[in-house]
Design a protein around this ligand. Structure first.
Ligand code: ADP
Length: 158
């Protein structure tokens, strides 16, 4: 049975590491909100991956960044995004595309999620003013004590 047969609500999952959440992520969620009844921003936990910030810290930043949006939920999960979608009755995944590298990687993941669980991925292009922002670069800046306040939501600012 495909997921779409199970629910009338349009639910989307926005998965990522959010290590840390940036204004690029927040922008994607804000722009996706009119398309869905509910968006679940979900931190994927991969035990073999090293993160700069502990899960609890990343979750707290997400929670505070999206607390003004009643249709946004923040969670963490282990395992496949497609399985999380099935569990939540979410028919869609939302992803942001900054450049052609993102596109190449995301296309394969999207096709696999469709093959596994019939989940459709909705891509939103990063706004030009956010296309250079990545969690990786923000981590690098933080590690070097640079000011990241222009790139992260207020919740993440010191
Ligand atoms: P992952 O760990 O899966 O790479 P990230 O936390 O880095 O996840 O990002 C989650 C999603 O947000 C991805 O779809 C990514 O392309 C998107 N994204 C990241 N940074 C930006 C940005 N500056 N503008 C728009 N989308 C972004």
């Amino acid at each position: 049975m495909s997921i779409s047969a199970r629910t009338e609500n349009r639910i989307a999952v926005f998965p990522g590491s959010f290590d840390p959440v940036t204004i690029g992520h927040v922008s994607i969620v804000e722009r996706a909100l009119p398309l869905f009844d509910r968006i679940v921003v979900a931190i994927g936990v991969n035990n073999s991956k090293h993160y700069m910030f502990p899960l609890e810290q990343r979750l707290e930043w997400l929670r505070r960044s999206f607390q003004a949006f009643p249709n946004v939920e923040t969670i963490s999960f282990e395992g496949l995004t497609a399985d999380l979608c099935m569990k939540l009755g979410a028919q869609y995944v939302v992803r942001g595309l900054r450049n052609s590298t993102d596109h190449g990687v995301e296309r394969s993941i999207a096709l696999m999620n469709h093959a596994l669980r019939g989940v459709e991925t909705i891509f939103l292009p990063a706004l030009p003013e956010h296309a250079h922002i990545s969690s990786t670069i923000v981590r690098e800046l933080m590690a070097n004590k640079a000011d990241v306040s222009a790139f992260v939501p207020a919740a993440v600012r010191p």
